[in-house]
Design a binder for this molecule. Structure first.
Ligand code: GLU
Length: 484
């Protein structure tokens, strides 16, 4: 079991290089749930060392998404905490000091090689079908020589001095021991020539200084794992426990891709997915509950989530499953709640909402069929405005158009006699059906033309529900239109 007696401190450490990816949200969620199930502290740290790739607005956007889904932090840029600052660009002095410490201990070295030399080296390696790797030329410089050259202002990067050979065994909580050949590892860069640390350096330094006990991150970080552990060893620090979460693949077994538009959480929010559905869906991307239960609220997850349910085999991102969860949570909403959620989509579509009561009636006709909130636009458009339709659509089976119209005329005469205060689905249904029966009229001959006259559609909810939602005045108008 990877949770001992010591306090669990787990962090989510996104880089603001783009919008929050589903995979990142899953890492954040699993980290949060593991922390909360252990009564630990969850920490947000912004890893903004790659300033070239930084995207403006990304930090705000990721914070807003995390709070939208209900993930809360105990420490972070906004919350503060004993290990502040929680933004790496504000921690440069710390990295400077610690990289000097590594240089002095001979665990890292300055590399003065020019960009040209490195480019030529890489091209040669490529031509010889060798893995691109720094040839360690500068590792031979004495510390005195290295210090002297640095003092003259010569540009350099700091590289980690990886042991030349041997084997390193690292431990992942889901995969067990993993062996790496040290000769396969590159003396990678820890501090760039502008003095800014790489992810590989700052991440380890901060995890140590912030007393992080556990790391949950995507398994795309497995190749860095041995280098991370070697860095802990170089400093003489104990590493946290690592949980590399399984890859998320699409249904055809490929990687999730930005081009297919399925990666950003923000896009799902815009399309009208509910945070409850996203949380439930993400929780099952690699976590297997003990029972058959499939619907989990965040509160339940905080209680039930456990590392024993995690596996290392890839999870499948199935959008139909997300739609299924979303439909479920949309159906749980009261009409008032759902109307509030739908309103912005309807307004954006240019629909005019007359009263809250009418809006709720419209929404009630769409609720069962909505997969996402944006579907409301299409599902209710016939209620907001009647689109032109083919006259023959009014005919039930082989019915002649004249017959359909005559039947509609009879219906209109009946319906206009109903007092507006009695105009409800139940009343209409009861009375119209009774009237059909009394006159030995066939339901289909009357109700099909009625439904089409009210909706203009081949498929729609039933005529009484539509008539109720539209109200008497609009329903009669639509009947008149059909008669013309
Ligand atoms: N900044 C890294 C990222 O955005 C963090 C990876 C980690 O959790 O160690 O993926």
């Amino acid at each position: 079991m990877c949770f001992g007696k010591n306090k669990v401190r787990l962090r989510f450490a996104p880089s603001p290089t783009g919008f929050l990816h589903i995979g990142n949200l899953r890492s954040a969620l699993f980290g949060y749930l593991l922390t909360k199930s252990q009564g630990g502290k969850f920490i947000l740290r912004i890893e903004d060392t790659d300033q070239k790739r930084e995207v403006t607005g990304a930090v705000d956007s990721l914070m807003s998404i995390l709070s939208w889904v209900g993930i809360e932090f105990d420490e972070g840029p906004k919350q503060g905490g004993s290990y502040a600052p929680y933004i790496q660009s504000e921690r440069s002095k710390i990295y400077q000091k610690l990289s000097t410490q590594l240089l002095n201990a001979g665990k890292a070295y300055r590399c003065f090689c020019t960009e040209e030399r490195l480019t030529t080296m890489r091209a040669e390696q490529e031509a010889n079908k060798k893995a691109p790797r720094y040839d360690r030329l500068c590792r031979n410089l004495s510390l005195a020589e290295s210090n002297r050259r640095a003092q003259t202002g010569e540009a350099f990067v700091v590289r980690q001095a990886i042991p030349f050979d041997g084997e390193l065994v690292v431990h992942d909580e889901l995969r067990g021991d993993i062996k790496f050949k040290l000769s396969d590892l590159d003396d990678h860069v820890l501090i760039k020539s502008n003095g800014i640390p790489t992810y590989q350096f700052a991440n380890i330094v901060d995890d140590h200084l912030m007393k992080i006990s556990h790391v949950t991150r995507g398994d795309e970080w497995l190749p860095s794992f041995p280098k991370n552990i070697l860095l802990y060893q170089a400093f003489g620090w104990t590493p946290p426990k690592f949980i590399h979460l399984p890859l998320i693949l699409n249904k055809t077994g490929g990687k999730l891709s930005k081009r297919q538009g399925d990666v950003y959480v923000e896009d799902y929010r815009t399309k009208g997915y509910l945070p409850e559905a996203i949380v439930n869906f993400c929780a099952l991307l690699g976590w297997h509950p003990k029972s058959e239960q499939e619907f989990f609220s965040l509160k339940e997850l905080k209680k039930d989530f456990s590392i024993t349910g995690l596996g290392a085999s890839p999870a499948v991102f199935d959008i139909e499953k997300l739609d299924y969860f979303n439909s479920h949570y949309l159906r749980q909403k009261t009409l008032a709640e759902l109307s509030n959620l739908c309103q912005p989509f309807l307004i954006q579509a240019g629909y005019k909402i007359s009263t809250q009561a009418q809006l709720e009636k419209f929404i009630s006709l769409a609720q069962e069929r909505m997969k996402k909130i944006s579907d409301v636009v299409e599902l209710t458009s016939f209620l907001f405005a009647l689109a032109p339709y083919e006259a023959n659509l009014l005919c039930w089976k082989t019915q002649a158009l004249e017959t359909a119209k005559n039947n509609l005329r009879e219906l209109r005469d009946e319906l206009q006699n109903i007092s507006v205060s009695l105009w409800t689905k139940e009343y209409l249904e009861k009375n119209v059906l009774a009237w059909l029966k009394a006159g030995e009229r066939k339901n289909g001959d009357y109700l099909w033309p009625l439904r089409v006259a009210l909706s203009g559609l081949k498929n729609s909810p039933g005529p009484f529900e539509i008539a109720d939602a539209l109200g008497q005045e609009e329903s009669l108008k639509r009947l008149e239109k059909a008669l013309k």
